[in-house]
Design a protein around this ligand. Sequence first.
Ligand code: TRP
Length: 365
Amino acid sequence: MAKEKIILTGDRPTGKLHIGHYIGSLKSRVELQNSGEFDKIFIMIADAQALTDNFDNPEKVRQNIIEVALDYLSVGLDPAKSNLFIQSQISELTELTFFYMNLVTVSRLQRNPTVKSEIQMRDFEASIPVGFFNYPISQAADITAFKATTVPVGEDQLPMIEQTKEIVHSFNRIYGETLVMPEALIPKNGAQGRLPGVDGKAKMSKSIGNCIYLSDSKEAVQEAIMKKMYTDPLHINVADPGHIEGNMVFTYLDAFSNQQQLEAYLPGYANLDEVKEHYKRGGLGDVKLKRFLINVLEDELAPIRARRAEYEKDIPAVYDILKKGTEAAHEVAAKTLSEVKAAMKINYFDDVELIKAQSEKYQRN
Ligand code: TRP
């Protein structure tokens, strides 16, 4: 049998998902789901991982489970094709983490660039919680438990996949071929990899208030673009020459717009490069461009909003989707764990040979 193609990915439930999540990952997940190329797809709400740096705020994590689930369903993840589940409810993941911990050194974790920058961001330098420090190992458990071959993630997650690969490599070398080697799948379009906030700051963040959420109303999206979006402070009059670099309208157009939309909403240009040239020369106003961007985003967000409204009508049904997905995911993880335990020779009661051999050893004396 050809090796199964399996996707696993997920998000921490620490807030509603925004259009950065969408263009960086969710959109391609839906495309992968609908491509029919994958045998199984697991999408995980990583609440246990969210708790590694929100352990003092469990209510936040709890509240955001449903937000993330609604975001998933509204972008078009289909429970009939993608298994949506909750990480903390699968205790096998914790067991796998415990065994993988033997295969990773403290200095290796310290060198992980994502962990390093997160430690800085969270002021954990003085004292790092062990659980947080350990989360790359737990992420390796998430990926390997489902024998994922493909892990669609943003670029910032590459060090996690690297760490997972090292664990798979060590495990298979020491205990025999058991775990499946995963590959990361990152967005091809550079502009989609890391979408800055509307204010031009490096990251979309709830606390800065520079996000556009998937669940935002049309009015909220318009307001964010018209009133908050950073363009070019030197482009004061329409006739002034403008700058493209760091101009969020162009950054977002690069990430979201396509040729048909250009023809429909900003006719008269052969491609986006011509629009940029015009802006640089002068004579193209911000408002005109912002209207174009609003249309582009609405094309994407209107169907998402409509689907969300449908699911919001029956929240218990959404929890039920998660429950069923979690049950199915649990079965898969349990099977992997038993293979792992067998490989590690900690399957005493299932090992008839072991019991027989020990018995013979003692009968001889
Ligand atoms: N670390 C990911 C994030 O912060 C979430 C995550 C947890 C994940 N486990 C995973 C992603 C396994 C991919 C695979 O968004």
